[in-house]
Design a protein. Structure first.
Lengths: 282, 314
């Protein structure tokens, strides 16, 4: 292997690059197809054979989505619900990860493993009693109730992504701060939070994406049309009608994907670490 | 790993010479307070709902009614004897393990490819994750679109090329299961790529150099160096993925809703049908409890693996 000439190596790398691009194109084809389809006029959508690129570009589906559907509302709903669930989940996990890594508690290990176990519960198992609980409290169709329900997702994820970040902060740092007269809370705010900031951002983005993508809880808990989330809005377009307005659905799909990819691009490096964290680092 | 460091860390938090009882107790109290919200939320948001499901499973209860009657294990008997039960168990395992093997195989192949050095490697790795990041509704929508009779490119391609496959698999008796497995694989294989890549990067390159000096072929190197170092992580991730595939509701619900005639109805969908289609909360809860116990046993196996792997690779 060591005797490979530079030319042969360059050739090998080009071949590898071509392979990788081919694989990538196959993987991305459905998304690329969706993207271009959302800019096609209706007549072109039903063209045989289907073409990838629109002949005439149009934004009519986006205008229709904005003017004649409740999707703008759905986006606001989802941002609110996901935002609340993520921030609350993040704050609670930050406190408890700090507590678990800094103090010794009996049962901390089984407890944290128990939280990991929530990962493995089928969402439908929790959706069912939540339906009943919110029904009894008269809180079906309530976005705050949905946000609280989403804590079952954001809490375990936040805990397991944050943990390695907090653990990695040397205890000497906060001890020094406390010797200099900080209270424990001040030390927490001025030492731990800034040190763990990349982890906090990664956790927020990751849980936000997961909640943004979630369907089942909103399907079960929300039935009022104006209170739907984006996922539920698209799901009802796919499920309710047999003749689809494909342009509209594709446009909605593109818009639902944009925030996710945008957030991902923003924090790529942390995301990649975060995505695997729950499974591997645990 | 982390929990074992914990014991040492907590002692180091307060150096011995500074330790006095008041400070110690005060500190522990603060720690306790910090932990409380989590404990309360976990109890309220998982333990309580699960106990509710258990309780509901012994009741005869309509979805929107407030009255319920205790029926003991009647619901369980009804569920197990239901004509859809056996079929759903079979479908669930087909779906879970079918998806798992495809995800593993494709994930491994792609990870091996991306582990090589070539230009643009990093952006390609990032873009490879896109399908994992998009919402399930988007994944389902775009695949449905591509397979749709009037508009779909894949539908058109299958008809044009005469592939021995249904042109719209989600409505076909024989191909619907393949269809949902395909979409689930597309959606989730990047997770495998991610995990495998992370593991591949920990392999010592000198091993390969030594092996090639000794004249080992590429395949032998893969078989004797790469694969053994991947197996532990494969077991763990495989278990996790099995459980997640097992629990998956969205893919099948959005693509086929369990049809045609129950060919893709998995256990989560059957629960959903009992509760929101037939309005029988009791039966849905009973099936949920059964699924819960299947998963608990699977999780115990996962935990054992997890612990063993930790011992081995500390």
């Amino acid at each position: 292997m060591k005797s490979i000439s530079p030319a042969a190596r360059r050739f090998e790398r080009t071949i590898l690059l071509l392979c990788a691009i081919t694989v990538l194109l196959i993987v991305l084809l459905p998304l690329v197809w969706m993207f271009f389809a959302s800019f096609k006029p209706n007549t072109e959508l039903f063209e045989r054979p289907p073409q990838l690129f629109p002949k005439v570009w149009t934004v009519e589906h986006y205008i229709e989505l904005w003017n004649f559907t409740s999707f703008p509302r759905y986006f606001v709903n989802t941002f609110l619900v996901a935002g609340i669930a993520c921030v609350v989940g993040l704050v609670v996990s930050l406190c408890s990860v700090y507590a678990v890594t800094r103090f010794q508690f009996i049962g901390a290990r089984p407890f944290t493993f128990g939280v990991l176990f929530i990962y493995m519960l089928p969402p439908i198992l929790l959706a069912l009693p939540f339906f009943r609980i919110w029904f009894n409290l008269g809180q079906l169709n309530s976005l705050p109730a949905l946000a609280i329900t989403y804590l079952t997702i954001t809490l375990p994820f936040s805990l397991w992504i944050l943990r390695p970040y907090i653990e990695a902060i040397p205890r000497a740092l906060e001890e020094a701060a406390m010797i200099d007269g900080c209270t424990r809370f001040q030390a927490f705010r001025k030492v731990i939070v800034p040190q763990a900031w990349p982890g906090i951002i990664a956790t927020f983005v990751f849980t936000f994406v997961v909640v943004w993508n979630e369907l089942l809880y909103s399907l079960v808990l929300i039935s009022d049309e104006p209170k739907r989330t984006v996922s539920l809005g698209i799901a009802s377009l796919i499920l309710e009608t047999s003749v689809y307005s494909w342009g509209l659905v594709n446009a909605a799909g593109v818009l639902a994907t944009v925030p996710v990819l945008f957030l991902f691009a923003l924090v790529t490096r942390h995301m990649v670490a975060g995505l695997g964290a729950g499974a591997v680092k645990g | 790993m982390s929990a074992r460091n914990l014991a040492g860390g907590a002692v180091a938090a307060v150096p011995a010479h500074k330790r006095n009882r008041w400070r110690d107790n005060h500190d522990r109290f603060v720690g306790f307070l910090l932990l409380m919200p989590l404990v309360a939320l976990i109890l309220g948001l998982t333990v309580y709902p699960i106990s509710q499901v258990m309780q509901l499973s012994t009741q005869q209860q309509g979805l929107f009614s407030t009255e319920s009657t205790f029926v003991g294990l009647q619901n369980f008997q009804n569920v197990v004897q239901h004509e859809a039960f056996g079929r759903s168990v079979k479908n669930t395992f087909t779906f879970a393990f079918g998806s798992l093997s495809l995800q593993m195989a494709i994930g491994l192949a792609v990870a091996l490819l991306l582990n090589r050095q070539f230009p643009l490697n990093t952006p390609i790795r990032g873009a490879m994750l896109f399908s994992y990041l998009v919402p399930y509704v988007v994944a389902a929508m775009t695949w449905k679109f591509m397979f749709s009779d009037a508009t779909g490119i894949l539908n058109y391609f299958i008809r044009w090329s005469g592939l021995p496959m249904a042109a719209s698999p989600f409505g076909s008796l024989d191909w619907s299961m393949f269809g949902v497995i395909l979409v689930n694989t597309w959606k989730n294989f990047p997770f495998m790529v991610l995990v495998f890549l992370a593991q591949l990067q920990t392999i010592d390159q000198e091993l390969y150099e030594a092996a090639s000096v000794d004249g080992a072929s590429t395949f032998q190197q893969f078989w004797n160096i790469t694969l053994p170092s991947l197996i532990p992580i494969m077991l763990v991730v495989g278990m996790l993925r099995t459980i997640w595939n097992f629990n998956n509701f969205e893919v099948v619900f959005l693509l086929t809703q369990g049809g045609p005639i129950g060919r893709t109805e998995t256990l989560p969908l059957l629960i959903y049908r009992f509760v929101f289609g037939e309005f029988s909360l009791g039966r849905g809860a009973a099936l949920a409890v059964i699924v819960f116990f299947i998963l608990v046993s699977m999780s115990i196996v996962y935990w054992i693996f997890y612990e063993r792997m930790q011992e081995k690779f500390r």
